[in-house]
Write a protein that binds this ligand. Structure first.
Ligand code: G4P
Length: 538
């Protein structure tokens, strides 16, 4: 790719200080509503970084078009997308880790957890549609963790909504200030390019070079000469208005999650992508300090620490391998080192941690805070696990979300109950579904966000454990984690609500309710008890 893909002053083989390596990392995800252009933008970002040679390799297309009966295809697509679970590329002396999130909303739990492993996010918006449901939901998850957001308004080459309108919508619906870093000149068929608010000048859509960010850049007057129909005065007026109406960029407000810089472009036409990448490099934060149960751990601390935010099984159907994706929070991981799995206290050799480059994975010799490595294992690691060089700290903040669908698992063969219990435990540790075990001994309940998760569970139980199961509608529809500052109060509540109490995968108590009405009724009378929809987010 371009010369800038490999920094002249920073060949990747040169050993750098840990602080330097950490400072040059940008770990981010893309959030968007299906069809807004996430896949296309991902491809174009990778092209910039030279990580792939041809666009169109990122993901099997059509994932979003799947229907329920297509679960096998979904799994297959997930299998493909696991390779793209994290895509690392270098640009301008910086190392970018782009964490992919599943396209299908039934797997949004995966997405939520992935967002715990990033330091910033790019929000892609379709210029014709504005903020859509899924974007809003994912944005809220980012806000829970104060993740700074960079906005990319995509599809500017097509009919789009009024620019002020779009910005206003972001401000109002997301309560987020906006600062346009570029400004579109013309819209739809008349879209000519973007005005660079900081540097001045219009970058042209036509004219090549857009890939390296070195697209032809001319003054508005010059643009007017080339396009007789362009009302130069009107364009200037709009730009003046934009400058007056919008807040100037404020790095601190952005990093705190109060303000989003906005870029306009067309992923399909590879336009504006360079600006976005430069913005990410300049403004997006390097790896942040991470909260643990004991203290905040800074990314440039010398000792390695990491947490598992995603597990992918069956990557290769011939080998039952399982990859745990771990985000490094501090220090440096070296191949062959022994890490401590804090949950069990046991040592775990990291003999073949893996890196992912677009379509390939390769063994990682070393990785730094901010990077994501895949750790092959056979069920030792579970979501939320912390790995350290010995310190007994546990990272917090890998969330579980209250399920939207609750079902009871029915097993045809009662003799296999023990096997089912083990299998469900495994599946819940992998994050496939949540499992709730009623304290009154009734069969286990499973909770999911989307129905496809149930299809995947059923198929995997059958294929991997030879357990044919069915799901029945349960008398319970809602599950909430319960806690209290007062242990006695919690114990009393549990004792009084015996048949509605279950344990989750970690043994934490959950209150099961028939519906919202019952939940509200109980909650109003349960003084001192906290009912949570999200577990483990501070
Ligand atoms: P997603 O991952 O967010 O779901 O979106 P994806 O990139 O797959 O894009 C959805 C559709 O929008 C695709 O068209 C894609 O080509 C188109 N698209 C993406 N960016 C732009 C853009 O900047 N301008 C225009 N005009 N279109 C864009 P499709 O017809 O559904 O798929 P395909 O058959 O073209 O691949």
């Amino acid at each position: 790719m371009s010369d800038t893909a490999v920094p002249a002053e920073a060949p990747s083989s040169t050993p750098y200080s840990l602080a330097h390596e950490v400072a040059r990392r940008r770990t981010f995800a893309i959030i968007s509503h299906p069809d807004a252009g996430k896949t296309t933008l991902t491809e174009k970002l990778l092209l910039f970084g030279g990580a792939i040679n041809l666009a169109g390799q990122v993901k099997a297309k059509g994932e979003r078009r799947n229907t329920r009966s297509d679960w096998m295809k979904i799994e297959r697509d997930r299998g493909i997308s696991v390779v793209t679970s994290v895509m690392t590329f270098e640009f301008d002396g910086l190392v970018f880790n782009l964490l992919d999130t599943p396209g299908h909303e039934d797997f949004s739990e995966d997405t939520y957890r992935t967002l715990t492993a990033v330091d910033s996010a790019v929000m892609v918006i379709d210029a014709a549609k504005g903020i859509e449901a899924r974007t809003r939901k994912l944005f809220e998850v980012c806000r829970l963790r104060d993740i700074p957001i960079i906005t990319f308004i995509n599809k500017m080459d097509r009919e789009s909504r009024d620019t002020f309108d779009l910005l206003d919508e972001i401000e109002k619906t997301l309560a987020l200030d906006t600062t346009p870093m570029t400004w579109p000149v013309g819209r739809g068929r008349d879209f000519l390019g973007t005005y660079d608010v900081l540097d001045g000048g219009v970058r042209l859509l036509e004219g090549g070079g857009a890939k390296t960010g070195a697209a032809e850049q001319i003054s508005i007057e010059e643009l007017g000469k080339r396009h007789a129909n362009l009302d130069v005065a009107a364009v200037k007026e709009e730009l003046e208005l934009a400058t007056e109406a919008c807040k100037p960029f404020d790095l601190e407000a952005f990093r705190e999650g109060h303000l989003t810089p906005v870029y306009f472009g067309s992923a399909l036409r590879n336009f504006g992508v360079g600006d976005l990448l430069q913005g990410l490099g300049r403004y997006a934060p390097p790896p942040r300090a991470q909260e643990s149960n004991l203290r905040k751990i800074a990314a440039d601390e010398p000792k390695m620490s990491a947490f598992v935010f995603k597990i992918q099984a069956n990557m290769d159907p011939n080998h039952r391998d399982r990859i745990a994706f771990a985000r490094l929070c501090s220090g440096k991981l070296t191949r062959g080192m022994k890490a401590k799995l804090v949950r069990t206290g046991k040592a775990m050799p990291l003999s073949s941690p893996q890196f992912f480059f677009a379509q390939d994975r390769s063994v990682a010799d070393e990785a730094f805070a901010g990077d994501v490595v895949g750790i092959p294992n056979h069920g030792t690691l579970r979501i939320g696990d912390t790995l350290t060089e010995g310190e007994d700290v546990t990272f917090i903040g890998v969330p579980s979300f209250a399920p939207e669908i609750v079902r009871r698992v029915r097993l045809g063969d009662a003799m296999k109950a023990k096997k089912l219990k083990e299998a469900l435990q495994q599946m819940s540790e992998e994050g496939v579904v949540q499992v709730f075990r009623p304290r009154d001994g009734a069969p286990a309940l499973v909770g999911v966000v989307g129905p496809l998760q149930l299809d995947v569970l059923k198929a995997r139980l059958e294929a991997e454990y030879q357990l044919p199961v069915d799901f029945e509608v349960s008398e319970f529809q809602l599950a909430r984690w319960i806690s209290s500052d007062d242990r006695k109060k919690l114990d009393t509540f549990i004792a009084n609500n015996g048949s509605s109490i279950a344990d989750d995968v970690d043994g934490d108590p959950v209150y099961l309710a028939k519906n919202e009405f019952y939940l509200g009724y109980t909650r109003d009378r349960a003084e001192g008890i906290v009912f949570s929809e999200i577990k483990d987010v501070k």
